[in-house]
Design a protein around this ligand. Structure first.
Ligand code: HEM
Length: 335
């Protein structure tokens, strides 16, 4: 019998040092990757579009799901940024992980980041795979170190980390349309007396990859769909019901849906719209998402999320300063 509790964190002794190392390594990497022009995000620099959406909390949720902002049936104005994960901006036909970053606005209550305590935003950040590549910060930092070194460090790292290789193989995929694919948080978040992972499940999944895809065919698919009508997703939570088989400190391990199914808590309604203007692209470039834009009720859990508190702030602050643009949280759909 395990003595681990649900939602319980265990902080490895070297995590703070590994996180500092990681932030410094990523900063050096983006300086190298962006020698001229705009300083971009280290991860997810290519945006397909930032779109207006409503986040509609389900009415009449059962008691165990009425936690934090899911306690009240309410509709929030939302910005969603869709992206490719790769650090270089490349054609969409390349196998990659895709991102769906959701920012609710008008969310009352103190938030977790002291410098942004009074902001009214709640972010949910999802990717197109249900497992993260590494188990913890030390392994992620070691992977990055190997990837930015020569041939042999790469061979040695990947040759001795088979699960990392397997998680990468499963994650790097081609997709037809960012509005017609499923996304997961991979990392856990506090939810009452337990933890949850999030997933957004699309209502429509009938698009296919074009035979001769243009470099930005994912953006083109979004433009075509949102010109005709809206796009819907179910936003779901998967409750942690077993602390051993559904670990907090290892997002590289899947929480099996047979153990605990995803349950719907909200509808995401992406409005019919045209979004691909220069001004809206710049707005999306200058947004900052972090899992730590959050109410305490939905606090990020686990080492990878703890590292993201430091790293996202460091990289976002750096790129905004470098680009001479103010960093601000939006309050509504105006840009
Ligand atoms: C230690 C692990 C991780 C590191 C070092 C990392 C690093 C970063 C950085 C530096 C950014 C750009 C921040 C900014 O400049 O605004 C970013 C964005 C992003 N990350 Fe991570 N990340 C990690 C884990 C994850 C995980 C587990 C997910 C799973 C959901 C994820 C999904 C995303 C997405 C979707 C974006 C783009 C957000 C946007 O549209 O602005 N990352 N990440």
């Amino acid at each position: 019998m395990s003595d681990k509790l649900l939602a319980q964190e265990f902080i490895p002794p070297n995590e703070a040092a590994d996180t500092r190392d990681l932030a410094a390594r990523l900063k050096a990497k983006i300086i190298r990757d962006n020698p001229t022009g705009i300083m971009r995000r280290d991860a997810h620099p290519k945006m397909h579009g930032v779109v207006k959406a409503e986040f509609i909390v389900e009415p009449d949720l059962p008691d165990d799901l009425r936690i934090g902002l899911f306690g009240e049936a309410k509709t929030y104005q939302t910005w969603i940024r869709f992206s490719n994960q790769d650090g270089t901006i490349q054609a969409d036909k390349a196998r990659d992980i895709r991102g769906m970053a959701i920012k609710l606005m008008g969310v009352p209550g103190d938030k977790l980041l002291p410098a942004e305590r009074n902001e009214q935003t709640q972010d949910f950040i999802l990717i197109s795979t249900n497992v993260f590549v590494t188990r913890d910060v030390a392994q992620f930092d070691a992977m990055l170190k190997a990837m930015t070194s020569g041939f042999w460090p790469k061979v040695i790292f990947f040759g001795t980390h088979w699960r990392v290789v397997w998680n990468l193989i499963k994650s790097l995929k081609k997709f037809a349309n960012p509005l017609q694919m499923r996304y997961w948080s991979t990392t856990p978040y506090l939810f009452g007396t337990t933890a949850v992972k999030y997933s957004a499940i699309p209502h429509q999944t009938d698009d296919i990859i074009p035979t001769n895809p243009g470099p930005d065919y994912l953006r083109d698919a979004m433009i075509a769909q949102l010109a005709k009508g809206e796009a819907l997703f179910d936003f779901c939570v998967q409750l942690q019901t077993n602390a051993e088989r559904m670990p907090i400190e290892d997002p590289g391990k899947e929480w099996q849906e047979s153990e605990s199914p995803f349950r719907k808590v909200a509808t995401i309604r992406i409005l019919q719209q045209s979004f691909d203007s220069e001004v809206q692209r710049t707005f999306g470039e200058n947004l900052s998402y972090t899992p730590w834009h959050s109410l305490p009720a939905h606090r990020p859990l686990g080492g990878i999320n703890r590292a993201r508190k430091i790293v996202y702030d460091a990289i976002s602050t750096f790129r905004h300063e470098y680009n001479h643009v103010p960093r601000r949280e939006p309050t509504d759909w105006s840009i």
